[in-house]
Design a protein around this ligand. Structure first.
Ligand code: HEM
Length: 207
């Protein structure tokens, strides 16, 4: 195996590992008291809103499902040998993104840290919905190249859930930057570089 192939395989392995680890992370919220999670920092009025709580849990559990199902879509073997499974998982991914993205857009307006994280998360939600809708409509038109490009973009944005959770301990722990300031920066940093890297990957590998 040449060096470039080995590097790509190692990259896939770590991406998969993070996708599984963070994809399962929302399970931690089952039965968890509010004060032991991010919800502990929310005002009581918000925590009494069943609409907010429904949106929050829809977002995190279906976001986890999107992260888990989305990754498998990039395996060539699955696409070649188990096309029906690829299609079924793809449909689950699209539905999960639609619901988690819409819910994410709603809860973005109540994000910890105010307007800067709110705009960061809302921008991410809108782009996630847009790229996924394009991935879906392009495959409906059997435009496989466009479908692949839009799925790479969509999943790079989905991966913001991973990068956010990598940056947070780095900023607050290692760099000792105060939590709210870190959060304001990371609400943008968790996805803007991801989409740039996705674009570079598309140009280098698929053009
Ligand atoms: C890609 C689009 C995404 C957007 C726009 C988004 C947006 C948000 C927003 C606005 C919050 C609330 C932040 C706050 O109130 O301060 C949040 C929290 C959360 N999101 Fe997402 N998110 C996305 C992807 C995901 C994915 C794929 C997962 C899957 C694991 C996920 C899991 C969570 C969890 C577990 C929380 C609770 C906060 C925590 O304890 O870390 N999100 N997200």
């Amino acid at each position: 195996m040449d060096f470039a192939k080995a590097r790509l395989k190692t990259g896939y392995f770590f991406l998969g590992l993070f996708a599984v680890f963070i994809g399962l992370y929302p399970l931690r919220f089952i039965g968890l008291p509010y004060e032991e999670s991010l919800l502990g920092s929310k005002p009581d009025t918000l925590l009494r809103s069943s609409i907010y709580l429904t949106a929050f849990y829809t977002h995190i559990f279906l976001g986890g499902l999107a992260l888990l199902t989305g990754f498998s879509q990039f395996y060539k073997t699955l696409r070649r040998k188990r096309l029906t499974l690829h299609r079924a998982l793809g449909k689950i991914y699209v539905i999960a993104v639609l619901l988690s993205g819409l819910a994410g857009l709603g809860i973005a307006f109540f994000a910890t840290g105010g307007i800067i994280p709110s705009l960061g998360f809302a921008g991410l939600a809108l782009l996630w919905l847009y790229t996924t809708a394009n991935a879906y409509t392009s495959i409906k038109k059997t435009d496989i190249d466009a479908h692949q490009r839009w799925m790479i973009r969509s999943y790079a944005l989905c991966f913001a859930a991973v990068t956010l959770r990598l940056y947070l301990p780095l900023f607050t722990g290692l760099l000792n930057i105060e939590f709210i300031l870190s959060y304001k920066i990371i609400a943008w940093l968790c996805w803007v570089p991801n989409i740039i890297v996705a674009e570079i990957f598309i140009v280098r590998k698929l053009s």
